[in-house]
Each structure stands twice: as C-alpha cells, then as structure tokens.
Design a protein around this ligand. Structure first.
Ligand SMILES: Nc1ncnc2c1ncn2[C@@H]1O[C@H](COP(=O)(O)OP(=O)(O)OP(=O)(O)O)[C@@H](O)[C@H]1O
Length: 287
C-alpha cells in the first residue's frame, strides 16, 4: 500500500538522488554572545567573494538577527513556509553579493518538531535549495537545545565558535562533550573569536585541545581565529557586515582566511593591522 508516509519517503529520496552538492555548515557555540552571528554573516560574505553561492538560515530561535546584521528586515519567516502560506522564494531575503537569508523566527522550532502535514511543504520547498545555493550556513542558537541538536546532526560540518574567556571555553568543552554523544559523525571545526594575538589564539586552542584529548580521547580541528577588533562593533551599529564597511579590518581578513579554508583555498594566517605604529616599526626595521 502506498500510504502518505511512503509517498513522502519516495519524494525525499528522489530529492536526495537529484542532490547537487549543497554543503550544510552549522555555526554554533557553547555560550551566547561569542560572535556566532558576526562570524556567520562575514563568513558568508567572504565565501561569496570566493564565488560561492551562499544562503544563511537564521536558526537562532531566541535572538534571530542575521537580517538585522545585513540592514534588512524580515517580513516572512520559516513559519510561513511551514504553513504553506509562502514559498521559499517568497521568504528569502537577498543581501549583498547575492547572499540569501532565510529568516527563521519561531518557525525554527517547528522545523525541528515537524508535524506530518507540514512535512510535504518543507521537503518540496527546501529541496529547491539545492538549485539556489552551493552552501547553506545555519546560524544556530547557543548551547544544546533540542532545535540546535537537530541542526547540528543534519549538518555536513559544524563550526564551533568560542572566545578565550574561561566561561566560553568551559561551555565550548561542555558542548563538545555532548556533541560526541549526539552528533559523533559530524566533523567539528573550532574558530576562536576576539583574540588579542596569534599567541592568544594558539594558547586558547591548546587549552581546549588538551582537555578534549585527555577526557574525550579526541583531537580538535583548529579552523582559525579572528582578532578582537573595534571595527566589528562599528559595523554592527551601521547594520552593515564588516566585510562591506571595513573590508581591510583585521577581523574581516581573518574571516576571509577562514572562508578560504572552508572553500578549499589555502591562505596564510593574517596578522593584525599594525596601524601607523606598526607601519613605522616595520619601515625602520627595513633600514
Ligand atoms: N572579533 C570581534 N571583535 C570585537 N567585537 C566582536 C567580535 N566578534 C563579535 N563582537 C561583538 O560581540 C557581540 C556579540 O556578537 P554576536 O551577536 O555575533 O554574538 P552571538 O554569539 O551571535 O550572540 P547570540 O548568542 O546573542 O546570538 C557584538 O556586539 C559584536 O559586536
């Protein structure tokens, strides 16, 4: 008998067979406020600069703000997609460099707890994503709520963001520990945000990696770091991504380096901008 459930399974498997190579990257963190959204938005921009087609799913249930970071305002969200009121194309916002933004809103939680009658809308609509993008980047909420777990389990890769702050490191470790149980198949790549120097980044990584190898018997992949940069705050106030307002800032150059790795392009790690003092000291050294 060809019931509704098997019809859905057939449709989903046909979508899978047609699958182009859209990659799903979930950006997450143990603690809130460590720069997950800033990194998601600028990573998307840097990847678009490398010629990738990118769509961001704003999956942060409590603090959905990807649209705001782009200076846009969401009229419709995933909720409208789930109810069948709007199509994917109708809820999709377009940012700079053709970046697509899917506003999550409260529909995000529903997405994780789909009722059967809404499943058809999702499979049909999200199946079309394959044609629209090379990369789907999900900005998840912090911590390990039910919705976050579902996104992390479904992703091809997880980028975990932390800062060197002890509380952020403790929460990152806690999340890594849970992920080993909940999403052990998905590779996790660490980004350390708001570092003062390369040394600061490396020592933070070492601290976390030592704990992970000692207590979880695993090793961490270090994707890169982003400098603490006051220009990030300026760009947030301007509601314009850093890569648009301050493309030469040290934080954006780091993000481009990370994006290069994500896109499979090798770049050297950037150094912080030295300002006039740095320029003069380098100049004097060369005499
Ligand atoms: N590299 C950086 N240098 C300086 N400030 C930064 C940097 N990255 C993020 N910030 C600042 O930290 C604050 C939090 O950033 P953001 O909103 O991206 O964090 P989040 O992890 O997404 O937070 P939430 O958990 O609330 O979603 C912002 O005010 C932002 O300006």
């Amino acid at each position: 008998m060809h019931d509704q459930a098997s019809a859905l399974r057939d449709l989903a498997s046909r979508q899978n067979q047609k699958k182009a190579k859209m990659r799903v990257i979930a950006v997450t963190s143990g603690k809130g406020g460590v720069g997950k959204t800033t990194i998601t938005v600028n990573l998307a921009l840097a990847l678009a600069e490398y010629g990738q087609r990118v769509i961001i799913l704003d999956g942060d249930l409590g603090l959905a703000n990807v649209d705001i970071a782009f200076g846009l305002s969401a009229r419709y969200t995933v909720e409208h997609l789930l109810s069948g009121e709007k199509s994917l194309e109708e809820i999709l916002l377009r940012g700079p460099m053709g970046i697509g933004i899917i506003p999550g809103g409260s529909g995000v939680q529903e997405l994780a707890n789909l009722e059967r009658d809404k499943l058809m809308n999702v499979i049909t609509n999200l199946g079309r994503l394959e044609k629209l993008t090379d990369l789907l980047i999900i900005d998840t909420g912090a911590g390990l709520g039910h919705t976050v777990i579902n996104f992390l389990q479904a992703a091809d890769d997880i980028i975990m963001v932390t800062t060197p702050e002890p509380t952020a490191i403790t929460d990152a470790y806690g999340l890594l520990k849970s992920l080993r149980r909940e999403a052990s198949e998905v590779p996790i790549h660490l980004v350390i945000n708001r570092v003062r120097s390369e040394k600061d980044a490396l020592s933070t990584f070492k601290r976390l990696d030592t704990a992970v190898s000692k207590f979880l018997d695993e090793s961490l992949d270090f994707l890169g770091w982003v400098y603490d940069d006051p220009l990030v705050g300026h760009s947030v106030m301007q509601q314009e991504p850093l890569g648009i307002s301050f493309p030469d800032s040290s934080a954006y150059r780091c993000t481009k380096w990370i994006a290069g790795k994500v896109a499979g392009i090798y770049l050297r790690p950037p150094r912080p901008a030295g300002g006039v003092k740095g320029f003069l000291s380098k100049l004097l050294r060369s005499f």
